[in-house]
Design a protein around this ligand. Sequence first.
Ligand code: NAP
Length: 324
Amino acid sequence: MRHEGWRCPSLELANGREIPMVGFGCAFGNWTGGDGLQGFLPEQAWRPMTLALEAGYTHFDTAFCYGTERHLGDILGRAMSTGQVTREDLFITTKLAHPPSPPHIAISHLLTWDWHAVDDIGQRVMDDFEHSKEKLGVGAVDLLLVHWPGSFDNTDAGRAREARLAVWERFEALLARGDAMAIGVCNFTRNHLADLIDAGRTVPMVNQVELHPYCQDPELTAFCRDQGIVVQAYAPFASGSFGLLQDPVIRDVAKEANVSTGQAILRWHLQLGHVVVPKSSNQRRIAENLDLFSFELDEGQMARITGLAPSEPKRSTADPDSVL
Ligand SMILES: NC(=O)c1ccc[n+]([C@@H]2O[C@H](COP(=O)([O-])OP(=O)(O)OC[C@H]3O[C@@H](n4cnc5c(N)ncnc54)[C@H](OP(=O)(O)O)[C@@H]3O)[C@@H](O)[C@H]2O)c1
């Protein structure tokens, strides 16, 4: 447990609300399990999410399709009922509108939908939001994100843009009626963002994208910064794949800074201005992933980690550029 009164440093969103720079990733599953079936395993979430709250996390990153909204609502509800935390202490993010995933990933059809097959996409967003709200049981969410910019197999760019605008219209409505205190997107490229911005719509306050030393996108992050969009790094450790956490350059930097490789990676993100949402199931790593504010990487150490960017980004999820 962190000392009483400690607050995670935060960034200001375009509407003046604060987002803590470290959130706890609430997607539990097997993503790197070779050829077998992959998917969400929300039953694994109970203990780590409880430990994260005890360790001092106040920012939690869940989604309609993760199946952990109920867990989060329950754990936070119990902590609020004993006075351990208040609603005002917490920053809760959820996400809607995840398209169907490839067949090797087992996500219930009740938790995903094809953007181009539903009759009324706006109604579907509102219905899903009500389910999320009920499971979380905390009233308005602090941040509501569009999970993907569209369906993976769509080939009609015009239709995709229309669908994005229809989803976003409902997000704007949820913001206006106070059900979401901030709204944003995930996995949006510059082109996806331009669809909303060029149409004169509310500029997303956050873009949550896969970012880590093996998957960097300086052009997109600079564009977001210019537009006042906070960048959130998901899978900040590449979901534990590609040997990132064993990279010799990061190991050396970590040794110099007297921290773990995980902490060196997260500190690199923070110094680039990214909000991070690491996930861990291990009590020690849960705590160390929040213990990032008593050391700094110098310019040379930052440059060495940045220099690890491969010519082709290594992604643990789909390439958003492949979504029209
Ligand atoms: N918007 C989107 O489309 C999207 C997509 C993917 C993820 N996300 C969000 O991002 C969150 C994090 O992504 P992720 O869960 O895929 O992966 P991640 O946080 O990049 O990596 C998790 C892996 O790293 C290990 N790990 C955690 N802390 C460590 C440390 N300090 N040292 C060494 N290893 C460590 C974990 O193992 P242990 O558990 O054993 O510690 C686990 O294997 C998700 O939970 C979700 O909230 C969003």
